[in-house]
Write a protein that binds this ligand. Structure first.
Ligand code: BGC
Length: 398
């Protein structure tokens, strides 16, 4: 095994020393700043660049672009990528777009310049990312859309995703199953992800597929979306109808937007529209913000609220009874699936897929991973016994 230490200048001020892995030999990247005998890679503090492992000729085999460092969800993915790719012996670099499609494009261009053969990209904006992946494709790079589909282009070779429809169904079904027994007219507040993220549509579709019958028969009453009320008798919605609803209830995947939208909704409604309420929150970060707002309203007697990602802070909220459920999306599986694809591509082997997703232009061959619903009752079996987290990360865990 031939290893050699290189120094690579990363963006403005930082220098990362990296262990080099050549061909099938081990490539190691750590975020440990303490120098060890031969493996040191420091974490870059700028917005875009994190860690890198390169070959002796300075090339990176697999480039990964993730949307933001500001949500724990994507840091979990980063950790999985670095560990799996380094173990597999492939040089890699993870860059973050920090909520900007322009930065995302610059990141893709930087990776192309580093000689990547495979790009794994979770788009900041599924439509805007088309231009960046077209550039990659033109440079001969194989493009794998990660978690979020890139739309309106034929420059996506593969898509690796969780079953996002199942995520939405799980959220909606949780609210149905945990609604106050025997009551009708139960207040329902709907929130969605960012309209620029195709997943936000799929999550909403999944949730709507189980909530809509309960809305149509009067069991639930939508309190915060006049657009959803307009189409409440339709089980199936068009993309435009969904876009209109999401336009009204979007959180933009942003904690502060979620908080202010929830505050505005509770200010606009009266006590009779509160009491024991149900809240569809699209993910954990927004769920915690919205839960805090509902928990502080004196007219809200109780609330049931959904989430997804099983972020540590939300798992604690679930244990504490402040968030009702979350969805465990095991990033180990998703990262492993995309790395397996990348390895097949690099080895010139057939890529294994099990479904397709239409992106408005082509049917993208895809590999889909199942999800697990997490409530107070199964935190331990789902998240601790599976060694995703350790028990000492939480308090009050039985
Ligand atoms: C992901 C979610 C995540 C959300 C916000 C979605 O595309 O599937 O897991 O919570 O983006 O980052």
């Amino acid at each position: 095994m031939k290893k050699k230490l290189l120094s690579v200048i990363l963006s403005v001020a930082m220098v990362a020393s990296v262990l080099v892995g050549c061909g099938s030999t081990a490539a190691t990247t750590t975020t440990d700043t303490a120098a060890t005998t031969d493996t040191t890679a420091t974490t870059d503090t700028t917005a875009t660049t994190d860690t890198t492992a390169v070959t002796t000729d300075g090339t990176v085999q697999v480039g990964i672009v993730l949307p933001t460092k500001d949500e724990p969800r994507w840091l979990q993915d980063q950790a999985q990528f670095e560990s799996i790719l380094n173990d597999a012996g492939f040089t890699n670099q993870v860059l973050f777009s920090q909520g900007s499609s322009a930065t995302e494009k610059t990141n893709v261009e930087a990776l192309i310049a580093q000689g990547i053969k495979v790009l794994i990209i979770c788009a900041q904006d599924g439509s805007a990312a088309a231009a960046a992946v077209e550039e990659a494709k033109a440079a001969g790079v194989t493009v794998i859309a990660y978690d979020r589909l890139i739309t309106g282009t034929d420059a996506v070779d593969y898509y690796v995703t969780f079953d996002s429809f199942a995520v939405g169904v799980a959220q909606g079904q949780f609210l149905v199953d945990n609604a106050p027994a025997g009551k009708t007219g139960v207040p329902l507040y709907l929130y969605a992800g960012a309209a620029t993220d195709n997943n936000a549509f799929i999550f909403f579709e999944g949730a709507w597929s189980v909530l809509q019958p309960k809305i149509a028969d009067g069991t639930f009453v939508i309190e915060n979306s006049s657009e959803a009320v307009k189409v409440q008798d339709s089980l199936t919605l068009t993309r435009d109808q969904e876009a209109t609803i999401i336009g009204q209830i979007t959180t933009d995947w942003d904690f502060n937007t979620a908080k202010s939208k929830a505050e505005a909704n509770l200010t606009a409604t009266n006590a009779s529209q509160k009491g024991d309420v149900l809240v569809l929150a699209p993910n954990d970060g927004t769920a915690r913000s919205i839960a805090d707002v509902f928990g502080a309203d004196k007219d809200v007697t109780s609330y049931k609220i959904t989430g997804q990602d099983s972020e540590v802070a939300s798992v604690q909220y679930v244990i504490d009874g402040k968030q009702s459920m979350t969805v465990f999306k095991d990033t180990r599986s998703l990262a492993a699936d995309s790395v397996a694809m990348a390895v097949s591509v690099l080895n010139g082997e057939a890529v294994v897929t099990d479904t397709t997703y239409n992106n408005g232009n082509i049917d993208v061959p895809a590999k889909q991973t199942a999800i697990v619903v997490v409530t107070k009752d199964n935190v331990k079996s789902a998240l601790i016994d599976s060694e995703y987290y350790t028990a000492d990360q939480f308090t009050g865990l039985n």
